[in-house]
Ligand binder design. Structure first.
Ligand SMILES: C[S@@+](CC[C@H](N)C(=O)[O-])C[C@H]1O[C@@H](n2cnc3c(N)ncnc32)[C@H](O)[C@@H]1O
Length: 356
């Protein structure tokens, strides 16, 4: 009985998030049409067939999310966890931010970053307003809005997609089952505001967690969410995923979520190489990013819409990229991939020494 009520509560919550996300997108598009028509992206009609595909795959994602909680891969409470009050209090900021977003889109101004940015600290590809967002990734203002923006973009499914990392992560860590959970180190590359680490913290509360990202502002936000109460302290490091400040073979698992599509091809490969370098032999790597044309051709117009509506300069190249080949070239084997709604999850292993 209690279980059925929790499941109903979960489904209702997801439905509510989905309706809120759709309503926000519709309202903001109408407002843009009215006050900034020049910023409107070319219209793309969403066919009934695509809508049905999207709905069915959201339902499948939510069923899987519930099932894996029931199986004990993570606690059911994680399904309800979010800084709701905080997000609510920040919501008006999203609306206040829209006019400058439209201005940037209209003017094709994609290098509108805070004046004080020390550009020598970042690769050139990073110094852009991804998604047309104010300050790119380079301010507390941007970090404060990011989680809400992502939730709205994915109609409230962002965390459910991130949680698809947890089952293969836990499976992969069985390789070290003779060690104490607290001796296992897990690194999340491009952790942003730490939503992936939050899910990992729920599923693997005793492991040592490290988050790396290029944005100090996003890491400050992650610190606010993660390093609270009596949970294990999470280490947060400002670093380029292409040159991680970690020793060879120093972690047992690496995750990397929603980064690769924002990188040019060579940086994509560099990041994968680094993930392999810092992993101990036998360690597991879980990569999550947008689905691609080859595995999800039914979503090609949704991918096109994403690329045209939001500033995503490397997305077109990414959706045609051969990630399996890149993983092999980085040194991984045992590569497996599956898709959940708009996210593809790859799991791979660093071969143990005598298998190399
Ligand atoms: C789309 S966000 C994803 C954040 C987070 N993983 C999530 O699940 O929401 C991309 C993140 O990658 C970071 N990033 C981009 N290029 C990077 C690089 N070369 N090295 C480290 N972080 C990078 C950005 O600062 C941003 O936080």
């Amino acid at each position: 009985m209690a279980n059925s009520i929790s499941k109903l509560a979960y489904q209702t919550l997801q439905q509510g998030k989905s309706i809120a996300g759709l309503a926000h997108k519709q309202l903001s598009t109408r407002l843009m049409e009215l006050v900034a028509p020049e910023a409107m992206p070319g219209t793309t009609t969403v066919s009934a067939e695509l809508m049905n595909e999207l709905r069915a795959s959201i339902t499948a994602l939510q069923d899987r999310d519930w099932l894996e909680a029931e199986q004990g891969i993570y606690p059911t409470e994680l399904l309800f966890e979010a800084p709701w009050l905080d997000w609510l209090s920040r919501y008006p900021l999203l609306w206040m931010d829209l006019p400058t977003t439209w201005e940037r889109r209209r003017d094709r101004n994609v290098r509108d970053l805070p004046k004080q940015t020390d550009t020598s600290l970042y690769p050139d590809y990073y110094l852009q307003n991804f998604h047309h967002q104010t300050d790119g990734y380079l301010s507390d203002h941007s970090a404060a809005l990011y989680d809400l923006q992502v939730e709205i973009l994915f109609n409230g499914t962002a965390d459910a997609m991130r949680r698809r990392v947890l089952a293969p992560l836990k499976r992969g860590l069985r390789h070290f089952s003779d060690r104490s959970p607290s001796s296992l180190r897990i690194l999340d590359v491009a952790t942003g505001t730490g939503r992936m680490l939050q899910q990992i913290q729920g599923a693997l509360p005793h492991s040592e967690l490290i988050g790396a990202d290029l944005s100090a502002a996003y890491l400050r936000q992650a610190n606010r969410w993660l390093n609270v109460s009596n949970k294990n302290l999470v280490q947060l490091v400002r670093a380029n995923g292409e040159q991680l400040p970690l020793a060879d073979q120093s972690v047992q698992a690496v995750t990397c979520v929603f980064l690769l599509h924002e990188l040019p091809a060579n940086a994509r490969q560099n990041v994968l190489n680094e993930c392999c370098r810092v992993l101990e032999s036998g360690g597991v790597f879980i990569l999550a990013d947008s689905v691609q044309l080859a595995d999800s051709p039914q979503f090609s117009s949704a991918m096109d819409y994403f690329r045209k509506t939001l500033h995503e300069p490397y997305y077109r190249d990414y959706i045609g990229d051969d990630i399996e080949a890149r993983l092999s070239s980085a040194g991984f084997d045992g590569i497996h991939a599956e898709s959940h709604f708009m996210t593809r999850i790859w799991s791979a292993r660093k071969p143990v020494a005598n298998q190399i």
